[in-house]
Design a protein around this ligand. Sequence first.
Ligand SMILES: N[C@@H](CCC(=O)N[C@@H](CS)C(=O)NCC(=O)O)C(=O)O
Length: 263
Amino acid sequence: TWVSRSTTAKWSTLKVVSMEAPRLASLPRSMSQRKKTKVPTFNKMTLLDMPVSNNGARVRMLIYLKGLEDEIDIMSPEVVGGLKSDEYAVLNPQCKMPVMVLPDGMSLPESEVIVNYLVDKYGEVEPDLMPHSPELRARGQLAIRFHDLYINNIQGCMYKAMDIDSRADMIRSLNEQLDVLEEIVMGPYITGHFMSTADCALFPTFVFMVFILPKYFGWETVFHRRPKLEAWFNLLCSQAVPAKVKAELESGLNGWAANERWD
Ligand SMILES: N[C@@H](CCC(=O)N[C@@H](CS)C(=O)NCC(=O)O)C(=O)O
C-alpha cells in the first residue's frame, strides 16, 4: 500500500491508494542481480566523475588541495559503460556521480562520504581541512548538511526540464537557502581562518549559481545583501585550486550552453 497526495493537499486529506511498488527495472540493486554483473575493478584508487559534476567537484577540490593526484585516478563513468549501466549500478546503486573505487574492490558513493574517507585516510597530508574546534567542526557540518539537504536536491531547477511552477518554487527556495548560508559563513572561509571540507562542498555549487542565475534567470547577482558569501566566493576564485575546479565546472557548463540547454 502506497500513500499519495497532491503537492497542495493537507495531511488531513491524505489519500491511501493501493498500487504496485514501482519496478526498478534492470538495475542490479539486489544481491542476486548483482552476482550476474561483472564488478569493475581498478588497480589504483579511482574516482569516476565528470568535469561538470558539482558533487564530484567537491572531491576533486580536496584531491587537488592535498596534492593526491598521483594516488587517485580520475576517470569518466563511461569507462564502465556510463551512469546507467549495470556495471556502474553495482558501484553506486543510485547511479550518480561521483563514486570512488578502491583497489580492494570496495566502492564508495556519495561525495561527502568520499571526502570524509579521504580526510581520514590522508589526515597527515596538509591542509587537513578539518576545523580545529568542536564548535567550528559543527558549523562546517551544518553548512554541508544544509547545502546537501536543501540546495543539492533542488539545484536541478537551474538546468533540468520541469514545469514552470515547480521551477519557480525551487528558484525561490534556492534564494532563501542562500540567506541561510549567509548567516552560517564566518569569513574569510566558511569556518573562519582556514579552508575546510565545507568550502569544498559549497564552492562548486556556487560556481553553478553564479554561472546560471544571472545569465538565464535575470538575477542581478547571486550575492545581493550577502556580503559574507560574496567575499568568500571571490577569495576562493582568486586561489589556484578553487580556480582550477571552477574552470572544470565552467567547461562543462559552457558545453551545456553550446548544446542550447537553456534555449
Ligand atoms: N548526494 C549525491 C548526489 C550525486 C548527484 O546528484 N550527482 C549528479 C552530478 S552532480 C549526477 O550524477 N547526475 C546525473 C544523473 O542523475 O543522471 C552526492 O553528493 O554524491
